[in-house]
Design a protein around this ligand. Sequence first.
Ligand SMILES: NC(=O)c1ccc[n+]([C@@H]2O[C@H](COP(=O)([O-])OP(=O)(O)OC[C@H]3O[C@@H](n4cnc5c(N)ncnc54)[C@H](OP(=O)(O)O)[C@@H]3O)[C@@H](O)[C@H]2O)c1
Length: 237
Amino acid sequence: MNKKNVMVVTGASSGVGRAISLYFSSRGYSVCALARSKDKLETLEKESKGNVRAYPVDVSNSEQVIKIFEKIVDDFSQIDVLINNAGIVKIGTYWEQSIEEIDQMVDVNLKGTMYCTHAALNLAMIPRRSGRIINMSSVAGIRTNSRATVYQASKHGQVGFGYSIAEALIPYNILVTTLCPGGIDTPLWKGDSIPDGIESEKFMKPDELSETIEFVLGRPVTTLFKQMMFFPTCDWN
Ligand SMILES: NC(=O)c1ccc[n+]([C@@H]2O[C@H](COP(=O)([O-])OP(=O)(O)OC[C@H]3O[C@@H](n4cnc5c(N)ncnc54)[C@H](OP(=O)(O)O)[C@@H]3O)[C@@H](O)[C@H]2O)c1
């Protein structure tokens, strides 16, 4: 594996994270692919012809996160880009959802983002005074509706975290961008709690996100893209 720019992608076993991993590995990045599904990460590793390396981890487990980031830094010495993309959604009326579902969404979407950012900053980016972090929030991190309260709360948290940490990291040459996309055509829309009738094939394609990230990463450090919101143009409000 070439030691070029090193990108860590969470939620790399499926959907957006998988697409980002393949896109950037084919453009010269060494991609560290994080998710729980070891088998899916190994398939991705093979598909990438050696430019993606699998790091199985549960991002909601802080001890696992520290260990896996230590391993990445041992393997590559640096992390240039962190994409906090791992996420889960369970749709439902708030008070009918279980405490376990509430914990899972907050733990993966918000705390997972914070754990991975903490590890990447301390082990790699702050010491080198350089880095880029992209947080995959959602339009649900800005708008609300009554069927996805906890998901939206976790995504609002990601936006707030991203805003705050972006300010703090400017003096360290580390730029943080929070993306707030609308519907993307991924397996997320096939989850147990997703209502029937959603035509996700009309949504944005995962590689549109890869292209947006490539644009952001290509900007000079003199410009901070703090937040970007974008939607599919089909029947979306
Ligand atoms: N699809 C959309 O319309 C849409 C719109 C706006 C924002 N987003 C956001 O985009 C991100 C990616 O979503 P997607 O649509 O690509 O969904 P997806 O296809 O369901 O992929 C979700 C990814 O998150 C990983 N993940 C879940 N729990 C994890 C955990 N505890 N530890 C590590 N990895 C975990 C999954 O891997 P494992 O199961 O293998 O762990 C999987 O790789 C999410 O943050 C989502 O909220 C999606």
